[in-house]
Design a binder for this molecule. Structure first.
Ligand code: FE2
Length: 296
């Protein structure tokens, strides 16, 4: 039985909320300095807001199947389960549902996209093959009691955006400089060894008690942005539909390219070198084509 960490229970500061900031402000104040922010008004005028409900997904995509922890569910079943979910018997939490593959026509529901002309995953200079395997847009379905309780850092040095389109979701975030208290797994350092992190066993993981992080309840309609390298986990208080997006811009581009290169080199060293060289050239071209950050 673990001892509840006071850090997880109380006293964690909230994430800063900003209303209607410009892309330039977002880049300058949060993306480049590596700080998280909640963008309160971003989704207000998106077609998705008010449209992405359990009824909508049941009616239009009910037949689509998706695997969660080795079990296949239809979207219709998932929608029933997230609404019937309880703390004792939580609905399966489905994540990594790729919008580009499963619901491509829904992408237009999230426009205007965050980062605008600084978004490299949408830059036409980048050949599709170079970014194959990177999920750019995804949807998460969850219910009361469901969670992603494993503290982790997102893959490939990508920044993350999550927008709550139905219901709320609670986030716990720890900055990269707290990594010494996160107990990264030796075999997979992007995941923490701290299990049951909402009530961690501080006898086993004493340094976790020193970690200083943030806690926020992301409300329906709100968007959180957090930069690469931030540890996070989530908890869901009721039926929830979230939109998730991976963000790549000039700042995290070199690390992204290197990560991707490491993935390729497991298959073929020659291919990896060629792809890295192509990626490097594309990066230089994108540097030239992107607007400078506005000063104000
Ligand atoms: Fe994540």
């Amino acid at each position: 039985m673990g001892h509840a960490s006071p850090l997880i229970q109380e006293g964690m500061p909230d994430v800063e909320r900003r209303l209607n900031i410009s892309t330039g402000e977002l880049m300058r104040e949060f993306v480049r300095p590596g700080k998280p922010v909640i963008l309160a008004g971003l989704a207000e005028h998106w077609p998705a807001f008010g449209k992405w409900t359990p009824e909508f997904f049941s009616r239009h995509y009910g037949h689509i199947t998706h695997e969660v922890k080795g079990v296949q569910y239809t979207v219709k079943e998932q929608m029933q389960l997230i609404q019937a979910s309880t703390e004792e018997s939580p609905a399966p939490y489905s994540y990594n549902l790729d919008i580009d593959r499963q619901f491509p026509e829904l992408k237009a529901d999230m426009e205007p996209l965050l980062l605008g002309r600084w978004d490299r995953l949408a830059n036409r200079t980048l050949p599709g093959r170079l970014i194959r395997g990177t999920i750019k847009h995804e949807v998460f379905f969850g219910g009361l009691g469901a969670s992603f309780p494993v503290l982790h850092v997102d893959l490939q040095h990508l920044h993350t955006q999550i927008t709550q389109l139905y219901g709320d979701k609670e986030f716990f975030l720890f900055p990269p400089d707290q990594t010494p208290y996160m107990y990264p797994r030796p075999e997979y350092p992007l995941y923490s060894q701290v299990d049951h992190a909402f009530a961690p066993d501080l006898g086993r993981f004493p340094l976790f008690a020193k970690a200083k992080g943030y806690r926020t309840l992301l409300k329906e309609g709100e968007t959180i942005f957090f930069p690469t390298g931030w540890w996070h986990m989530t908890r869901i208080p009721g039926p929830s539909i979230s939109y998730g997006r991976a963000l790549l811009e000039r700042g995290n581009w070199p690390a992204y390219l290197k990560d991707t290169y490491n993935g390729w080199s497991k298959k073929s060293a020659v291919l990896a070198m060629a792809a890295y060289a192509l990626g490097w050239c594309c990066g230089a071209l994108m540097d030239l084509g992107e607007p400078a950050l506005p000063l104000v």
